[in-house]
Design a protein around this ligand. Structure first.
Ligand code: APR
Length: 234
């Protein structure tokens, strides 16, 4: 552990499960009879904007009823106390990492609390419901959409993530099924660049075989244990 300076952490829906936010591919992964993959596409947004906006309006509103759990808190502690480089890359669109206090992080799949103008690409903080046809304050186009990366769209900040992975001594994946690329491939990129790799997940994921170590269990238990050990040994 003493050789570790630069850490990249990938989080997925599993880290927010104990806060009460349903994961995508678990038992609660259906929404009004739709698979999430059917709702979260550019085609769905074009053909049924009411459905897509409503889906995200409900998820945005639900943030008011959840709080960060011990896993978010532990990563925020690591963010405060780790003197080396750290990047927390979350696939989650909730705001629980920030609310726990993490700052060295980014949302590669977008954020519920943000709206994106499809006409001019301006982003604006958004906490309310977002009806289709809402006007952009910058360009005036009635084109605000949820600031969410849909299936088939390019995840955000990939150049920052790739750079961090190329420098990482340790890559840790927490609460993700490894079903969605490019995030599912980060472990292989990190390994290619010589990083140690650790998976913390409730059950084996699609990518478990690529990790040098896998610990199975709840994020609310495993993540605080791992952070405590890392900070103690550093
Ligand atoms: N602690 C740790 N892991 C957990 C917990 C928990 N308490 N509860 C569930 N998990 C694990 C599940 O075993 C599963 O492997 O979290 C994983 C969640 O997987 P998914 O639901 O597929 O979520 P995620 O990997 O984040 O999905 C990736 O897919 O739908 C898209 O864009 C969406 O960002 C999302 C992406």
């Amino acid at each position: 552990m003493q050789d570790i300076q630069n850490i990249v952490i990938l989080t997925g829906a599993g880290i927010s499960a104990e806060s009460g936010i349903a994961t995508f591919r678990g038992p609660g992964g259906l929404w009004e009879g739709h698979r999430v993959e059917e709702v979260c596409t550019p085609e769905a947004l074009a053909h049924d904007p009411d459905l897509v906006h409503r889906f995200y309006d409900l998820r945005r509103a639900a943030l008011a009823n959840v709080v960060p759990n011990a896993a978010h808190d532990a990563l925020a502690r690591l963010d405060r106390e780790w003197s080396g480089e750290l990047l927390i890359v979350t696939q989650n669109v909730d705001d629980l990492h920030e609310r726990a206090g993490a700052t060295r992080m980014l949302h590669m799949h977008g954020e519920l609390n943000s709206a994106l103008c499809a006409a001019c690409d301006t982003r604006v903080a958004w906490r309310e419901s977002l009806p289709p046809g809402s006007a952009c304050a910058t360009c005036g186009a009635e084109a605000l959409r949820p600031d969410i990366v849909f299936f088939g769209e390019m995840p955000y900040r990939m150049e920052v993530i790739e750079r961090a992975l190329s420098r990482a001594d340790l890559f840790v994946s927490i609460g993700t099924s490894g079903a969605v690329y490019p995030a599912a491939g980060f472990v292989q990129t990190a390994r290619y660049h010589g990083a140690q790799t650790l998976e913390l997940n409730l059950e084996p994921s699609a990518g478990s075989v690529y990790f040098s170590e896998v610990r199975l269990g709840a994020a609310g238990v495993l993540v605080p244990e791992w952070v405590e050990a890392l900070l103690t040994q550093a």
